[in-house]
Design a protein around this ligand. Structure first.
Ligand code: GRF
Length: 200
């Protein structure tokens, strides 16, 4: 069976990438294969996670804020590796409308809240969980959505709720959201999108 070729874009620790790698090994993901990992951060541990299992890794640095050049380099790699769809897994760089519009419904992202809460400009990493705790919500979670030009604005694909517990710190809540939601729904959503792509 022809599988969708997936590129995972990362910037940090890569625990969501690891969830995808593990899901591929466990055959939770069967309609796609991770063919490439791209990081904008040469120090990202996510790169090590890919190297350990023999997945091609590339680093693309944004030189002096040159967004166009940065995106052209990424696009060239996506063509070189014949990528069908892109998963943003903790990728901490913006992608312009020029870039995202070239891949309609072919880019997905994992966000650590129940969109439309605590998302958009400036909501990333621990800031998301701090905002949830500051507001006093009793339930938070994670969202997988298609990526368009609006930060965290694309069509929602999958969500999972996670309880906020008394005494939670942003770090403790982040870990629970990762363990109970992100690492579960990102592989499931990736398989779903890969299936749609290979069905054509
Ligand atoms: C995760 O919390 C994810 O929701 C957000 O950035 C973090 C990435 O973590 N987009 P990791 O690099 O996957 O461990």
């Amino acid at each position: 069976m022809k599988k969708a070729r997936i590129a995972v874009l990362v910037s940090g620790g890569g625990t969501n990438l690891q969830a995808l790698i593990d899901a591929q090994a466990a055959q939770t993901i069967v309609s796609g294969e991770i063919a490439l990992i791209i990081s904008n951060n040469p120090e990202a541990y996510a790169l090590e996670r890919g190297k350990k299992v023999g997945i091609a890794t590339e680093v693309v640095i944004k030189e002096k804020g040159n967004q166009r050049d940065f995106e052209d380099k990424i696009s060239a790699l996506l063509s070189q590796y014949q990528i069908d769809f892109i998963v943003l897994a903790g990728f901490m760089s913006i992608l312009s409308e020029t870039f995202t519009s070239a891949y309609p419904k072919r880019i997905i992202n994992i966000h650590p809240s129940l969109i439309p809460s605590f998302c958009g400009e400036g909501f990333y990493g621990l800031r998301v969980h701090k905002a949830a705790l500051d507001y006093g919500v009793k339930v938070t979670g994670a969202t997988v959505h298609y990526v368009n030009e609006i930060p965290d604005g694309g069509e929602i694909i999958m969500q999972k709720a996670v309880a906020v517990l008394p005494g939670d710190t942003p770090e403790v809540l982040q870990r629970r959201v990762m363990e109970q939601a992100e690492w579960e729904i990102l592989p499931l959503a990736t398989e779903m999108v890969a299936q749609q792509i290979i069905k054509g």
